[in-house]
Ligand binder design. Structure first.
Ligand SMILES: Cc1cc2nc3c(=O)[nH]c(=O)nc-3n(C[C@H](O)[C@H](O)[C@H](O)COP(=O)(O)O)c2cc1C
Length: 400
């Protein structure tokens, strides 16, 4: 009797049983919680320090209201646009997330790249992918961007650059907000190690997800796909890992270095981690074609504004031509609509995508993208917009 009652309570608390039962992005998180070990789930969902920025990234959207335009012909709507020179079926795409082998041991990054390609949106491969740039590139025909962390070792850095170009990546994304790892206390408490290793503390957690554990043990999930020349990193906790990896980063990266990178790449180039109008203007001056307004999903510096709160002032500062991408807190199609109405060109998805990946691999990512597509399209219709260029400041109102 008691076990039945407990099962029922658990079901009530977490009714998500499969992808079909997920009707929004938060549901995918609930399902993900059942599929991956708790330390991995917390690694994805957690943020820095008190997670104030993490929650503000989402709540910031509530400061804006959508103003519908009445009696417009919305019998046909067109959501296509371009992001960093690439065609996209929706004004959103997949942001860089490292170590996908933890969330989806079987396919790691390949699951996201394939789903994005079939869906017609770009995919961003992280420097810290578990699969190599070449494997990710070959996994699908879709448009892909390469996210780079600048490495101290110039040879390694220029090799990565060359490989990304040779593998057909269409744009480079330079992340500038990770000079040291953020203080993620959930990881310290859960004892997560990257890559996950079986310690006395973690074994119980991992054994509660036997399917995940088996796939993880059978896969290359722990490999650093882009650095086969480096010894396999296996440290006792995620903080130690991030510190070890951050020793690889160039700590004295300046605007001059960024300018050189823009020139060397010679194609669409975004700077990710811009959090002020002044820095957005500098990015424009050094020749970047896009700024990604981002605080790394609240995982680095706690206490910053939400990216959505910066859009208007950044647009006013950089003018109409530069691409602005909002990255952080996107969980609903209406979030995407608000970002566009405030002056952004597109949004990028971090956890919205990783939740799908953890919940169901490629199928889960497709589900996440489909949910956002349906919500965004419904929002466009109800707001009276039949194409992306019709979404403008008249559709948005800020609450004081
Ligand atoms: C699990 C995880 C791993 C991430 N890894 C990277 C990374 O390797 N490179 C990077 O530039 N950003 C990384 N990010 C940050 C995302 O690209 C993105 O900026 C952030 O998740 C956006 O916030 P959101 O999750 O609220 O959408 C990571 C985020 C998560 C959740």
């Amino acid at each position: 009797m008691l076990p039945v009652a407990l099962t029922e309570i658990r079901r009530q608390l977490n009714p998500m049983r499969n992808l079909k039962s997920c009707i929004n992005i938060d549901d995918l998180a609930r399902l993900a919680a059942k599929k991956v070990p708790t330390p991995v789930y917390d690694y994805v969902e957690g943020g820095a320090d008190d997670e104030v920025t993490l929650s503000r990234n989402c709540s910031g959207f509530q400061r804006y209201q959508i103003v519908p335009k009445a009696l417009q012909d919305v019998s046909r709507i067109d959501t296509q646009t371009r992001i960093m020179g690439c065609h996209t079926s929706q004004p959103f795409y997949i942001s860089a997330t490292g170590f996908s082998g933890m969330m989806c041991p079987k396919d790691a990054e390949l699951a996201g790249a394939r789903a994005a390609s079939k869906f017609g949106v770009p995919y961003t491969a992280s420097t810290f992918s578990n699969r190599s740039l070449e494997q990710i590139s070959e996994s699908s025909d879709g448009n892909k961007f390469f996210q780079v962390y600048v490495l101290d070792d110039e040879q390694l850095a220029s090799d990565l650059n060359r490989r990304a170009k040779a593998a057909g990546f269409k744009a480079m994304v330079l992340t500038i907000d990770t000079i040291v790892g953020g203080n993620r206390e959930r990881d310290a408490r859960s004892g997560l190690s990257i890559p996950p290793t079986l310690t006395v503390k973690s074994t119980f957690q991992y054994m509660r997800r036997p399917k995940w554990l088996l796939q993880y043990m059978l896969s290359d999930g722990a490999n650093m796909g882009n650095f086969p020349q480096l010894p396999k990193v296996s440290l006792g906790d995620s903080h130690a890992f991030v510190e070890a990896m951050s020793k690889l980063f160039k700590k004295n990266l300046t605007w001059n270095d960024a300018r050189n990178m823009v020139e060397q790449w010679g194609g669409p180039f975004a700077i990710k981690g811009i959090m002020s109008a002044a820095d957005a203007v500098k990015a424009k001056e050094i020749g970047a074609s896009a700024v990604i307004l981002s605080n790394h999903g609240g995982r680095q510096l706690d206490g910053t504004p939400a990216p959505i709160e910066l859009v208007e002032e950044v647009r006013a500062a950089v003018g109409p031509e530069m691409e602005i991408i909002v990255d952080g807190g996107i969980r609903r199609g209406t979030d995407v609509f608000k970002a566009l109405a405030l002056g952004a060109n597109a949004c990028s998805l971090g956890r919205a995508y990783v939740r799908g990946l953890s919940a169901g691999g490629e199928e889960g990512v497709t589900k996440a993208l489909s949910l956002l597509k349906t919500e965004f399209e419904r929002c466009m219709i109800l707001a009276g917009c039949s194409s992306i260029d019709q979404i403008g400041p008249e559709h948005i109102r800020k609450i004081a």
